[in-house]
Design a protein around this ligand. Sequence first.
Ligand SMILES: Nc1ncnc2c1ncn2[C@@H]1O[C@H](COP(=O)(O)OP(=O)(O)O)[C@@H](O)[C@H]1O
Ligand SMILES: [Mg+2]
Length: 257
Amino acid sequence: MELSSSDTTLLKVQDLNKSFILHNIDGRTIQVLHDLRFSINAGEHVALAGTSGAGKSTLLRILFQTYSTSTGSILFKLASGEWVDLTHLTDSEIVAIRGREIGYVSQFLRAQPRRSVIDLVTRAGISRGLDNNDAREQAQMTLEKLHIGKPLWEVHTSVLSGGEKQRVNIAAGLISPPRLLLLDEPISALDPENRTLALELIQELTLNGVAVLAVFHDLDAIEQVSHRIIAMEKGRIVQEGPTNTLLPLLRKGYINS
Ligand SMILES: Nc1ncnc2c1ncn2[C@@H]1O[C@H](COP(=O)(O)OP(=O)(O)O)[C@@H](O)[C@H]1O
Ligand SMILES: [Mg+2]
């Protein structure tokens, strides 16, 4: 997919490093992200590629601020136009930004098991600033788009199949979309038909100006939805460029995916 004309930077990551201290082993420190530097524009879809253990999930969690940063800065342009460094926010500021401005969809539905499908997606809408009625209405619409029909709406999320859980998870990510959406293997459990459906909705996001940073296992998905690829290896960015330039290298195995 070619990127349309937007050049509005939304996110600037500078010299980002992340270490974990292995408390349970011997207190050793391991560095899993090294000097990451990249930016993302509004309306741009960037695919994060790299083999398992490269640091992709860690990076997404840091951007969502569920992991702290060791050093470096993460500059984000708020809807108000103000730039903030996500690594310097208070907890309540993080919660506010996470609700309205930055969303995160992981491979697994991390919902409370006793929550109903419609309630879960409605709450996601409320956290994005919709009022209760609008949130419920949009939750219904979003679930329908993902082929989660009415009979499933009042069901507890714990009883859903893996593919249904993923689609509910995606619905919660897509309702009243945030300005930056982080996706960590969101379609891994979907059958081909629902995969296509989910990818179409993800593609629509970029047309609406949402910036997306996504991990997909599947190179065809990357080809369909991304404008640019950032390839990581052992916690470092090893290649970065337009999808049509880098994808052939990934397919041939010149870059590990
Ligand atoms: N909470 C943690 N504590 C210690 N090490 C971690 C933690 N989370 C991830 N890691 C390590 O960081 C590295 C990158 O992991 P991850 O970000 O999950 O990679 P990817 O998503 O690319 O497969 C791995 O070596 C992993 O073991
Ligand atoms: Mg991962």
